[in-house]
Design a protein around this ligand. Sequence first.
Ligand code: ZN
Length: 200
Amino acid sequence: MNATRTRRQIIGSALGLAGVAAAARFGAVMAVGADPSDIQSTASALEPAVRIWPPGRLMFPVQLPADLILLDNFGAQRLFGSGPHQGIDIGRSDALPGQPLVACLDGILEAQTVMGTNEGNSWVILDAAGDRYRYHHLESFAPGLIVGSVVTRGQVIGTMGSTGNPSSPHLHFEVRRGPSRTPVDPVPFLGLPIPGITVI
Ligand SMILES: [Zn+2]
């Protein structure tokens, strides 16, 4: 039983034809949600989407305008026993790599992976409050940025791609709170709705 796919179908039904079409366009990315794509697996530590921050606190991590689908799949169960999905996926099955990705807030680039097995090329931004923001599957890193670089809200840090385990270009985006790095659902803090971003 693929619980994630079932959830997508339910959501698609709720949204009507537009939602189904959007779900279909994101179909290939759904397969990624079934993979163990996290740098660290703390699968049992999901935190409910408590409004710990005001809505819109985070800048949308993909540069706008964009015509993309946000898969509201935080906590979705994945196949292969890899535990719940610890972030959200933003992309489209027919998206081309190269959409700029931006820092969702001020911070430093704390960690980087280059062609990691699952996450591919990735950045981790650490902010002044001690929270972390993970960007996976980048096509490329912005020139000049290294671990320790200071980044500002809205600064381009790389481009969307499909490095690591995805089947199509998308951004896997995570928010992790504090020293425990507890995953938090980013969706309430992204300033949605955003024109061009379809949430399914
Ligand atoms: Zn993902």
